[in-house]
Design a protein around this ligand. Structure first.
Ligand SMILES: NC(=O)c1ccc[n+]([C@@H]2O[C@H](COP(=O)([O-])OP(=O)(O)OC[C@H]3O[C@@H](n4cnc5c(N)ncnc54)[C@H](OP(=O)(O)O)[C@@H]3O)[C@@H](O)[C@H]2O)c1
Length: 260
């Protein structure tokens, strides 16, 4: 399937994976609607896309705000036309601390990473149902497959995204709407640039974007990548807790202070 003359909305397009996916889609002739909080970054990306002959529109929204997110996506639809593809990508990563519990961080992370996806879907799904076509995609994580020490909140938020998309996919199977859950391993972006621990099979964001767009073109149900990290994460599910704790200890003990 080609993205030429399609309309895509990408949340979290001001940085990292969202930024790169927007560029790849635009280069294929897709009009891209860019959403995030940092308008200066979105405008920079939109002008790059236009300079290369593509079409882009920008809106500012905080995806934890339901009405704001839905209204912003409607403005993108008004500017570009009915939305064929939503990539709900906005997300943050915060550690989960226990002494004391960092409730504020965990609460906010779950609202951005999970409810932010649901609110973005609310912005496009009614019209997709009317048109009997469309594609909903969200960025989950390979972290959705295993609760990791020090990352309980992040893994839970990504597992929530993954199973929400799974349920929607089955519910929408006769309605002409494809649903994709994308589960990346470590990708080099501002989110992971703060990590001081080793990140196995780290991939550049532009390579990740190429892979994501290819998976979207195939309307994959679930896209796990890179394959070696997928095998690693899925294997962790079968190991005893003491062994997981030992494998992960270097990772959790060297966490930087929470960013942002
Ligand atoms: N990098 C990895 O290794 C990795 C692995 C698996 C999954 N992921 C997931 O991939 C997605 C993109 O992450 P990334 O690595 O590209 O990180 P990033 O470079 O930090 O980008 C995160 C994006 O989310 C947006 N965002 C954050 N909070 C938001 C809010 N409240 N409202 C609207 N937008 C918000 C940011 O835009 P503003 O700050 O301008 O709002 C930014 O555009 C996330 O969902 C992340 O969990 C990343």
């Amino acid at each position: 399937m080609s993205f030429a003359n399609q309309v895509a909305v990408i949340t979290g397009a001001s940085s990292g994976i969202g930024w790169e996916v927007a560029k790849v889609l635009a280069a294929q002739g897709c009009a891209v609607g860019l959403l995030a909080r940092r308008m200066d970054r979105l405008e920079e990306l939109a002008s790059d896309i236009r300079a290369a002959g593509g079409q882009a529109a920008t809106v500012q929204a905080d995806v934890t705000q339901r009405q704001e997110t839905v209204a912003a996506i409607h403005r993108l639809r008004d500017a570009l036309g009915p939305v064929d593809l939503l990539l709900a990508n906005s997300g943050i990563g915060k550690p989960t601390e226990i002494e004391p519990m960092n409730m504020g961080d965990v609460d906010y992370m779950i609202r951005v990473n999970f409810l932010g996806v649901v609110y973005a879907i609310e912005g496009v799904l009614p019209e997709m149902l009317e048109r009997k076509k469309g594609h909903l995609a969200a960025i989950s994580s390979l972290g959705a497959y295993k609760g990791l020490p020090g990352e309980s909140g992040y893994c839970a938020s990504k597992a929530a995204v993954h199973v929400y998309m799974e349920g929607l996919r089955i519910q929408l199977r006769t309605r002409g709407i494809a649903v994709t859950s994308i589960c990346p391993g470590f990708i080099k972006t501002p989110m992971t640039d703060v990590n001081t621990f080793p990140m196995p099979f780290l991939m550049t964001a532009d390579k990740a974007a190429q892979k994501i767009v290819r998976a979207l073109a195939k309307r994959k149900k679930v896209y796990n990548f890179p394959w070696r990290t997928t095998v690693l994460m899925k294997s962790l599910r079968w190991l005893p807790d003491w062994l997981v704790a030992r494998i992960i200890s270097g990772y959790t003990e060297h966490r930087p202070p929470p960013a942002g």
